[in-house]
Ligand binder design. Sequence first.
Ligand code: BGC
Length: 450
Amino acid sequence: MESTIQDTLINKERFGKDFTWGVSTAAVQIEGAHDADGKGESIWDVFSAQKGKILNGDHHQIATDFYNRYQNDIDLVKQLNIPNFRFSISWPRILPNGTGPVNQAGIDYYNNVIDYCLKQGIEPWITLYHWDLPYALELQGGWTNRAIINWFTEYVTICAQCFGDRVKHWMVMNEPGVFTGAGYFFGIHAPGKTGIGNFLPAVHHAVLSITAGAKVLRALLPEAQIGTTFSCSYIEPYSNKPKDIAAAIRVDALLNRLFIEPILGLGYPAELSVLKDMEKYILPGDHDNLKFDFDFIGLQNYTREIVKYSLFTPYIQASLVKAKERNVPLTAMGWEVYPAAIYHILKQFNEYPQIKKIYLTENGAAFPDEADDGKVDDPKRVEYLKAYLQQVLKAKKEGCKVSGYFVWTLTDNFEWAEGYNPRFGLIYVDFETQQRIVKSSGKWYADLLR
Ligand code: BGC
């Protein structure tokens, strides 16, 4: 009975006929072909080849072999009735050294992907940077080197010139908070750098590159819809004690506000005292260049975090109370299933009058799916997606400017430092044989979008 009520509630029509439905992917996680046709090395190629960096010693050299199977996988997007396909461009496929000579084979490949999407009636949505920096640039400091603003601008210019005649929706970067935090502070993602001295310049140069890249797109493609995406988790304090509440405010500033606020012209969040050292990297004139008037903002939400005061946690004096210690439903990532998180995040970002439009550019869940007799039944993912969508609908009915929803992700894939273990796909992949099986969640999404 309950599921019938939910089904009615998430009927596609209730979101309105202009609501955008899609599915999201990223180059490193699916393409494989790590050294094919002139591609340069990326920081992820180097990182995942190092011992102990990726769970079970996995690497993404083959991944789901999307590079060779893109037609088959785009056919599956079509088979699932998904009208919009978000994918990222691999910078080192286009510019093997990050800057300088262009690799024509890389341009040809993305032209083929774009053309095949359009031929199948699927709208391509491009992310320009989903974390695969050319390694040649990392050798010069990567995101910590201010020259990256120019390197990135050169790359964006080439993509706009080569693909802009057909691609209408662009996202400059994917989740800068994650690649700077995990890659330049904790060292658990590529390039494996650590410490505040790497994190702060990486953050500032990422913000300046996002706006510089967006300006290039605007100048070259005046008709394009230009956005950028952010990871966001709904933050709640562990208790009503003032110290826990203040800790939650700091974590919210770090995880949810650090990038969006400068981009909206509001500056870096004042609650983060550690940012005072950012001044070292801010040059005269930067404040004006931190801002861009985006057509849309992409939000990516999976869960909520509970935060408590922690005297011994440097810089932030706050820590997360892990979901597995809270006796709550979990995904295979150990993240809490908490559908209201997406509602609260929409409400929170809706408050910024400068944001014109929000697309939920990622939401989904990993569960330990298994193939049985050619079928994959994943009721937990179906329930997860339904419950989160119900919350999206609630926010929309209350007037939130949310215009679309993209499931993370099309097929099971390479989940960064977690390797192939967490399966997020609507479609199961047998990584030995590359066989694809549409999961029951994929069939459910196809029915919803029919
Ligand atoms: C990223 C994806 C990732 C997903 C699940 C997002 O942070 O954009 O690349 O696979 O979340 O962890």
